[in-house]
Design a protein around this ligand. Structure first.
Ligand code: EPU
Length: 417
């Protein structure tokens, strides 16, 4: 099995360009099948989650033309058949085919999605939304058949501001008759990006990016050209890295507004950064103060950053804390960081961790437990003394475009072995 080998301690300088957002593109690709003509998506990152979605499209007989950074999808000849268990389980975002196929054909036949095991991750809110639009759901052993005679707009209140449920209900409602209102909707930038894509095709969606989204159903969706927004989580990952070991390290092609909570916390801890229109520059690392973070839905502090912040906190003086409120099992990486010398205490209920610093990290063999946990280990390896090898790297490659190349270009000694 391939592993990542890192020789730590080298200062990093230059520019890291940020790719299109994983959590946006993984919804845009399934959303594209709602288009009655050809949908073109640009700034597509080269990550395995995109490969897995492409395989589902091929399975459904869609026509795809994927070139570097771009994918054209024509779904005119799509065959609405069962998405096998193997394909469904490859990734979390396969669940967007539920909303998209239901919206297009009034029927979908697929299995419970896969993805990183960072918690239970039920899909009850997605299903509740589909039912409110008029769908009937049959489930047996994680096999779902969701169908409707017709889909009719309705008012849907989400008990939790779920990213997946908000997008999935939008996809199902876009061609329903009448008006759908999603209350307590999630407001992440990726949701706005998906709504903009659908509106570019002729959908009528208002309020994306706020807690109330209104969708007025339309009959047809025409061809469009759409760009994926920059990946705020990839950007934040490298910004944290720059704070630790950057020397004039610039994170480029980003939307700094999407990183407000992270920037605020890093600044509070002592990071000195220059924020440009579409980039952030860190000139040199400083001595950092401990900080406390609590994960929240957007615009709060993103859960996707907390694992990477754990590595950062090992380099802060004093006790830092992380309170995870979104997922039940997102501290697995901490046990790997401990192997490298981090001093960490996880509360029994698995919701809070305390990290004592500043500690020297020393390279060793560690295991990537999930995508962002894996990224936290890459950062740890880059700042550690000696050699770190990371196994289970498929988690990392599912979400970070050209990670080895981007880091090598700024002076890191990192390779896949
Ligand atoms: N939840 C329910 N019922 C539902 C849906 C969600 O109880 O029907 C719960 C979840 O179990 C979780 C919370 O609500 O405790 C939040 O889940 P949400 O639906 O918002 O997350 P998701 O759609 O499963 C997406 C991203 C995650 C990111 C979260 C939160 C994708 C494919 N995944 O997951 O990304 O952490 O939103 O922002 O968009 C990652 O990139 O590493 C990643 C895990």
């Amino acid at each position: 099995m391939p592993r990542i080998r890192i020789e730590g301690g080298h200062k990093l300088s230059g520019t890291i360009p940020i790719s299109g957002a994983k959590n946006s593109v993984v919804a845009l690709i399934p959303a594209a099948i709602l288009c009655d003509e050809t949908a073109t998506i640009s700034n597509v990152p080269d990550i395995t989650d995109v490969d897995d979605l492409e395989n589902i499209l091929i399975h459904l007989n869609a026509k795809i033309n994927r070139t570097t950074g771009k994918v054209e999808i024509n779904s005119s000849d799509i065959i609405n058949k069962e998405i096998t268990s193997e394909l469904s389980k490859k990734l979390r975002a396969s669940y967007y085919f539920m909303g998209a196929l239901l919206g297009k054909f009034k029927k979908v036949d697929m299995y419970f999605p896969g993805g990183c095991s960072i918690g239970e991750r039920p899909i009850n809110l997605h299903l509740k939304g589909f039912e409110a639009l008029g769908a009937r759901i049959t489930e047996e052993d994680n096999h779902f058949i969701i169908e409707a005679d017709s889909l009719k707009g309705n008012n849907i209140y989400l008990d939790f501001r779920s990213v997946g449920a908000t997008i999935n209900i939008m996809l199902a409602a876009v061609k329903a008759t009448g008006k759908t209102v999603i209350d307590n909707a999630a407001a992440e930038p990726e949701i706005v990006n998906v709504a903009t894509f659908l509106n570019n095709m002729g959908a009528k969606i208002k309020g994306a990016g706020t807690s109330t989204i209104t969708i007025t159903g339309v009959k047809h969706l025409h061809s469009c050209f759409h760009e994926v927004i920059p990946d705020r989580i990839e950007a934040g990952t490298y910004l944290i890295l720059a704070s630790l070991i950057g020397e004039n390290l610039k994170i480029d092609n980003i939307i700094p507004n999407h990183l407000e909570a992270l920037i605020a916390k890093l600044t509070e801890s002592g990071v000195d950064m220059e924020i440009g229109i579409d980039n952030i520059l860190v000139k040199e690392p400083k001595n950092y103060k401990s900080i406390n973070i609590k994960t929240l839905v957007y615009p709060g502090f993103a859960t996707d950053f907390q694992q990477i912040m754990a590595t950062y906190m090992t380099q802060c003086k004093g006790s830092s804390t992380i309170e995870e409120t979104i997922f039940e099992n997102r501290f697995q990486n901490l046990y790997e960081l401990e192997k490298m010398g981090a001093i960490i205490k996880v509360r029994k209920d698995n919701k809070k961790a305390t990290i004592k610093g500043k500690t020297k990290l020393v390279g060793t063999e560690v295991v990537s437990t999930d995508l962002r946990g894996g990224a936290s280990l890459v950062i740890a390896g880059l700042i550690a003394e000696g050699v770190t090898t990371i196994s289970n790297i498929s988690y990392i490659l599912r979400g970070y475009d050209k990670i080895i190349e981007k880091l090598t270009n700024v002076g890191a000694k990192i390779e896949i072995i």
